[in-house]
Design a protein. Structure first.
Length: 135
């Protein structure tokens, strides 16, 4: 997330267990993994070691569709134009993607053939979605 007015970005990390040496104070921690973004407050006191946990309320979706060229992941509902917003499109299958808990749909495509399937992501759960294309 972009820093709010009066804030400055302090540091960033790209692995799951970063270690920082930062000054005492109150911070906002922005966590982003695939389709999940959350911001958490964090207070650091002088001389203390803090090992915070940031629950994302997310799950892993594993998509497979033998022979498909791509699989798109969409929001479950339609917008005012009657279309679902695409969250991402995977071209390497089977594919993994982290999503917030909730309802979604997946569309597998190969040429003119396609198949759509609704699915629900539950937090902390591996959610497998198989999309067999019509023959």
């Amino acid at each position: 997330a972009e820093p709010a007015d009066g804030e400055a970005a302090l540091t960033s990390a790209y692995d799951g267990e970063p270690v920082f040496d930062i000054a005492e104070g109150t911070y906002r921690v922005h966590v982003r993994v695939d389709g999940v973004e959350r911001t958490f407050p964090l207070t650091i006191k002088a001389g203390e070691t803090v090992t915070p946990s940031f629950p994302l309320d997310a799950g892993l979706v594993v998509l497979s569709s033998p022979g498909a060229e791509s699989v798109s992941i969409n929001e479950a509902g339609a917008d005012i134009y009657g279309e679902a917003k695409e969250i991402t499109r995977l071209y390497t299958l089977p594919g993994n993607y982290v999503l917030p808990a909730g309802k979604f749909s997946a569309i597998a495509r190969k040429g003119e053939a396609s198949v759509t399937q609704a699915f629900e992501v539950k937090p902390g759960v591996r959610n497998e979605v198989k999309l067999p294309l019509p023959q």
